[in-house]
Design a protein. Structure first.
Length: 486
């Protein structure tokens, strides 16, 4: 009908339609346009829902290859920035140059003018982690499920577990932790790229309080970061050297999880050994375990053994302890060695968020306060240890393990031995987790920070009472050196 009216109108302008006719034409015009618009909206909604459903159904690694529109990626950056402002107590606590940081965020947003895959987006935003300068504050975290999914589908990884030793990257073992004939070799090149050019972009993107901590975190995640930044290789050509010779080896990539990502057992994390009639070694690689009774029974048994064997010197090794729950060292260690009331911090600053709000507190506000309450000594503990205590610390000692070391040093419950921590003595905590709505990348931020019991030096590492360097390939060398000094 509309077509006939329009033909007639165009062919014979003298016979123009009446006002009613013109209104009829206009109504038909609008009606058909409205139908077209509705169809377009429905089509866009179908595409949007389909794309988002498809994204949601993809496996963790496959999501990294999904392409996201620039406006959605910029929205993710805004979401992240808004979220940390609502959750973090004070970004200037760890960010050295806050103006530079905001400028960097703005520059990244401006640089996104075309669709990017999630992985490309991660490469674009992850250098901000270096400026955030906090092991608990991470943008675009690539987590274990992504790596597990990649490996389960036959994805290949760099075949060695590595470690930093005197600023050189060494082969430590096979990726799964088993012995390697190349242990101790310095890595000079991978696939003809000098190792410095490989390490630099990795250190720029990994989280950490300091370069020292970033290195010990990177050595555990090296295979993952290599794959993310340089892609998958079925075979690796690696130039290596030691004191005797240089060589180049060709070795296949492996489809297996690095030791760091494998499920550990209780015996992997908690060990006790009588070294001789005067010394014992207690190794605690994390402050936490799902079966609390098992942990506390283990600690009770260890201190009972100290008592029965009349051990005079206890070495507690927390060099591989990345933190956990403070309860585990308060009730599991200080219960036996503390000889006076103590506190685990001095001043704090915290952001009030809904799930942690106490009566009278306003959500979104920031509160500064002091810890005045002292934890009393358990005087009737039958396994109380009154001998000498040495705590082994290093760059990986972090989070709750730093709070433990702070308390031991500030209240003189023992001496700290080894190397400075990679983390600051003033620690952030109560870590919160969320994710960006479009890319799905995780976001992590703390909601408080805490100064050590004696106060001051909150941005400095914990320095040991007795500094002893050692070959990282042979961690027991620190223990042997300590015993020789006794």
């Amino acid at each position: 009908m509309k077509k006939n009216l329009l033909i007639q109108f165009n062919k014979n302008k003298k016979n123009r339609p009446t006002a009613v006719g013109r209104n009829l034409i206009k109504q038909q015009h609008n009606s058909i346009n409205s139908i077209k618009i509705m169809k377009q909206i429905i089509l866009l909604l179908i595409i949007f829902v389909t794309n988002n459903t498809t994204f949601a159904q993809k496996s963790p690694y496959e999501k990294l290859k999904s392409e996201i529109q620039p406006q959605d990626l910029k929205s993710d950056i805004d979401t992240w920035l808004d979220w940390i402002h609502l959750t973090h107590p004070d970004l200037s606590y760890t960010i050295k140059d806050i103006d530079k940081f905001y400028k960097s965020v703005s520059n990244i947003k401006d640089s996104i003018n075309s669709p990017l895959t999630v992985l490309e987006f991660w490469k674009r935003i992850s250098p901000l982690n270096n400026q955030l300068s906090d092991g608990h504050l991470i943008v675009g975290h690539i987590n274990a499920p992504i790596l597990t999914d990649y490996v389960s589908k036959g994805g290949k990884l760099f075949p060695f577990d590595v470690l930093f030793n005197k600023d050189e990257l060494l082969i430590h073992s096979s990726l799964d932790g088993k012995d390697s004939e190349y242990k101790g070799y310095v890595i000079a090149k991978i696939n003809n790229i000098p190792i410095d050019r490989i390490i630099a972009p990795m250190l720029l993107r990994i989280n950490g309080d300091s370069d020292a901590q970033r290195k010990v975190l990177l050595q555990r995640k090296f295979a993952l970061f290599y794959m993310l930044l340089f892609g998958e290789f079925k075979e690796f050509t690696i130039s290596i050297k030691n004191e005797n010779n240089d060589k180049t080896i060709s070795i296949n990539g492996v489809s297996q999880l690095p030791k760091f990502y494998q499920q550990s057992t209780f015996d992997d994390n908690f060990k006790f050994k009588i070294l001789n009639k005067e010394n014992a070694l207690l190794t605690i690689n994390e402050f936490g375990w799902d079966d609390k009774k098992l942990y506390y029974d283990f600690m009770d048994s260890a201190f009972m053994s100290l008592k029965q064997n009349k051990v005079k010197h206890l070495i507690i090794d927390i060099r591989e302890n990345g933190g956990g729950d403070d309860e585990f060292w308060m009730k599991g260690i200080l219960k036996y060695i503390a000889n006076k009331p103590y506190r685990w911090g001095s001043t704090y600053k915290k952001k009030i968020i809904a799930k942690y709000r106490d009566a009278g507190e306003v959500i979104g506000s920031t509160i500064t306060g002091k810890i005045d309450t002292l934890i009393p000594v358990e005087v009737k503990n039958k396994y109380k240890f009154n001998g000498e205590v040495s705590i082994l610390i290093g760059p990986y000692t972090y989070s709750s393990a730093i709070l433990f070391a702070n308390t031991v040093q500030d209240f003189k419950f023992g001496k700290l031995i080894g190397e400075p921590t990679g983390g600051k003595s003033g620690q952030t905590g109560s870590t919160q987790f969320s994710k960006m709505s479009n890319s799905g990348l995780p976001m992590i931020t703390p909601r408080f920070y805490l100064e050590r019991p004696r106060g001051g030096g909150q941005k400095e590492p914990i320095n040991p009472d007795v500094k002893i360097g050692y070959d990282k390939l042979h961690p027991d060398e620190l223990i042997n050196t300590l015993l020789r000094k006794k």
